[in-house]
Structure formats: C-alpha cells, structure tokens
Design a protein around this ligand. Sequence first.
Ligand SMILES: C[S@@+](CC[C@H](N)C(=O)[O-])C[C@H]1O[C@@H](n2cnc3c(N)ncnc32)[C@H](O)[C@@H]1O
Length: 418
Amino acid sequence: MMALADFEGLLKASMGLNADSIGASAIGRAVQERTAACNLGDPAAYWEHVRQSDSELHALIEAVVVPETWFFRDRESFSALARLMRDELPRSSDRMLNLLSLPCSTGEEPYSMVMALLDGSIPADRFRIEAVDISTRALAQAERGVYGKNSFRGRDVAFRDRHFEATEHGFRVNDAIRQQVRFEQGNLLAPDFLPGAERYDVIFCRNVLIYFDRATQDRALTVLKRLLKAKGALFVAPAEPALPMSHDFVSINVPLAFSFRRTAAIPPGPKRTIAPVKAPPRSRPGIPVREGRTPRGLTPAPAPGTSLQAEKTPDLSEATRLADQGHFVEAATCCEEYLQRNGSSGQAFYLMGLVRDATGNSTEAVNFYRRCLYLEPDHSEAQIHLALLMERLGDAAGAQVLRNRAQRLARRTRSAHE
Ligand SMILES: C[S@@+](CC[C@H](N)C(=O)[O-])C[C@H]1O[C@@H](n2cnc3c(N)ncnc32)[C@H](O)[C@@H]1O
C-alpha cells in the first residue's frame, strides 16, 4: 500500500521540499495529476514508475514547484546590488564580476539584476549573470523572456519602458538585457551542483529556503558558502535573514535589502554596538504618544499633502534592519512605535509576527500574521509563516486552509505566466 508520506520523502530527498511548506494535499494532487497523465491506475503503480524514471521524477517536481516571482521583487535588494557593484568595480580592476541568481524561476529576478546594474551605470562588459533553477518549464519561460502583467507589480514600472518591447503576447525583454544572462538547469541540493568554489561575487538566493526544513536549509547554506567569494555578498528574502546569520554571515546593514557578507570578510575592529532602546509607552488603543516626543526611529508626522507612504518606509526599514541583525526587542519596539504613530500596516504586522515567532511567542506571532493577512490577504510570506506556525501549534486544519489559499495564489501566478 502506497502512502503519501513515501512521495513526500521522495520529493524531500530529490529537491529538498519540506511537505509542510506547501501542504500534503498539494503533493497529493500532484501525484494524482501525474498518475492520470501517465495512464496508470493508482498511486502504487505510479510509485513504481516514478522510482525508475528520472524524467517522470522531474515531471513530479515540476508539478510541485512554486514559481511565484516578479520584476524587482523586494526592490531595495536591487538598489543595494547596484551600489555594491559600483563600489566593487574600482577594486576589481578589469576582472569580470560574476553573479548568480539561484533559483531564478521564470527569469524576472536575473533580468531585474541586469536592469539595476545597467541603470546604475555598470558597464555590460564588466558583469555576467548565471541563472539556475530546477524547473525546466520555468527556464523555458525565462529564455522566452515575454511577460504578462503579473510580472510587473507595484507602482513603479518605468523600467518597462526602458527595457521591454510591447508585443501581442506580452512585454518582451530587450536583447541588451537578455544577453547578460545565461540560464542553466540545476538542483541546488545535487552533489554535483555547480562544481568549484568561490565562483561568485554576488549570489541572490531568495524565496527557496522557506520550502526546506532546517537540516536542508543548512545544506543549502553550505553550498552557498562554497560558491560565494570570500568577500562576496549573499542576498536572501525578507522571510529568510535568520539563516545566513546562523552560518557565519553578517548583515551588510542596508535596510530592506536582506544582504549579507561572510564574517571572515569583515576586518577585525571594535565591535559595533546598538544603543539601548528605551521602551516606548505601551501602545494602548486610543492613547497617543505624548506630544513633542519623537520616539527613536520615527520621523515626524508627515506634513499635510505629503505622501504618507514616503514617510512610512524609513521606519519599517529600521525595524527590518534591527530584526535582520537579531535585535528582536529593538525591532519590536520600532514596529510598535511605527504602528502607534501611523496606524495599521500589513508589513509592520508581518514584521512583528516574524519577531514574535523568532523569540518563541507563538500566540502573539499568530495574531500579528493574521492582522497582516487581514490587511493584505495575498501577503504570501505571512501565509507561509502562519501556516508553518499553526502546524507546529497542532492546528493542522487551520494550516491547511492557509496553504490552500497560498496554493490558489501560486496557481493564479503560474497561469498568469503561461
Ligand atoms: C518562489 S520561486 C523564487 C524565485 C526568485 N528567486 C524570487 O525570489 O522571486 C522558487 C523557485 O525555486 C525553485 N527550486 C525549488 N527547489 C529547488 C532546488 N532544489 N534547486 C533549484 N531550484 C529549486 C523552483 O523551481 C522555483 O522556481
């Protein structure tokens, strides 16, 4: 008798997927889909088949990957990349700068890296980008380089006018951008993955570690450490900063960029300390901060007519920076002050959730993730973190509801890409 757990084990062994991160039902559906596609009567027959066929194992992997991505996702990471490379150019004389986008999914991430670098005046002949993903379907889409509206999120899409051409099938990325990227299929966890050491000046490894369990995350970080030059920079996703920090990386300290260097690359010197933060008055509904007091990390209230969004960003950047560095108490204080002053914000609730989660306060973490999702139902990181937390707390049904939601969102994204 074939159990779903056998397929979960196979996927974990082959690609690192932690079934909890996408939910057992998603794996069950993928198995049913592939069993039918192979004209096999039942999962037991499919199990025999998939165990003997590398191409069928790959088809099963294709059915479970989450290709969700878009151009300039977490925009600050790309601005930080351009600044880092500008600093690096004079030091590297004529050397070519090598960058890696892993995983690159359907190509939005590596193409965004190129656009950020060219727009930041880094000459095209000074850098090249390798882009790797396990999914051949995603890579085919990346090489086609034609994108629909789901790949362009957020308000600032001016880059589209500069670097794309409108076609009847969507926006096609210009050749000047395409020629900087080389796509390659690869499995980050395969023993022969990208042989050699110290190959890259920069690695973007974002939004894949969240699909691995802790032991697999550690294996992935070991691979990244091998591939990164001693003074290179690693970029991860907002939900993943704790991982590099547990592997001898330190934050580069660029707010909202989630970027790290190896500790060995930091010259010895006096340790930087963060000034202790005075606790603000507890945030109680209806009780405003006393007049005249501008708590740490907060800008004064925006003048009438100025953009509230523009005023809000620096405060959350500070909270994120502190959380990145593991200063959870200070990060929470910063978020509380921000919320007290600016009112509800999905991202602030999400950060509070992360902080509470990291410090073991599960009940409050659940509440904050929920508040984030109330304001931003499609906040995929909050969905994934809340689902994992609820699972840990024994609420499998609640976790499943969230995963179904996250899967619907991923399916919407996938079909928008096709
Ligand atoms: C959510 S996308 C992230 C794309 C992009 N880095 C971003 O942040 O927008 C996750 C990608 O990870 C890829 N992936 C999953 N497991 C992998 C593995 N073991 N090796 C390489 N790629 C993997 C999937 O195919 C999918 O395209």
